[in-house]
Design a protein around this ligand. Structure first.
Ligand SMILES: [Zn+2]
Length: 135
C-alpha cells in the first residue's frame, strides 16, 4: 500500500475534519442564538431551526465518519472495508475519502438504519487489529 497516497488522504481528511468542526460550531451557535427568540411571537424560525438541527446531525455523522477514516489510516487499514475486510475500490475513496466500508456493506448498513435498526458504527466481528502487521 502506498504511503504517499495515505498521507494525501490524511491531509484531505484532516481538512474535511476541520471544515466540519467549523460548520458544526457555527450551526450550534446559530441554534443557541435562535433559542433566545421570543417564543410568544409564534417563532417563525421554528422550521429553520429544525432544518439546522437536521443538518447538524448530518454534519456530526459525517464528522464521525471522517474520524473513523483517520483512525483507519493510523491503524494502516485505510482502504479496507471494516465490515467484510475486502478492499474498497479507489474510485469510491476518491468520491468518499471517508468511506470505511465497501458499497455493498454501506448499502446494507444504510438499509438497517432505514428499518429503524441502529447498527453501531461497525466493527462487526471483523478483527481489524489481526490484519495489521507492524513493519
Ligand atoms: Zn464490505
Amino acid at each position: 500500500m502506498s504511503t504517499k497516497t495515505d498521507i494525501n488522504e490524511r491531509d484531505q481528511l484532516m481538512r474535511q475534519r476541520s471544515n466540519l468542526l467549523d460548520d458544526i460550531e457555527l450551526l450550534k451557535e446559530t441554534l443557541r442564538g435562535e433559542v433566545d427568540v421570543d417564543i410568544d411571537e409564534g417563532d417563525p424560525d421554528v422550521v429553520e431551526r429544525e432544518k439546522s438541527a437536521v443538518l447538524l446531525s448530518a454534519l456530526e455523522a459525517r464528522l464521525a465518519s471522517v474520524e473513523d477514516a483517520l483512525r483507519a489510516i493510523d491503524r494502516g487499514t485505510y482502504g479496507t472495508c471494516e465490515r467484510c475486510g475486502k478492499p474498497i475500490p479507489p474510485e469510491r475513496l476518491e468520491v468518499r475519502p471517508d468511506a470505511t466500508m465497501c458499497v455493498t456493506c454501506q448499502t446494507e448498513f444504510e438499509r438497517l438504519l432505514k428499518r429503524g435498526m441502529t447498527p453501531p458504527r461497525p466493527r462487526w466481528g471483523y478483527e481489524l487489529d489481526a490484519e495489521v502487521e507492524e513493519e
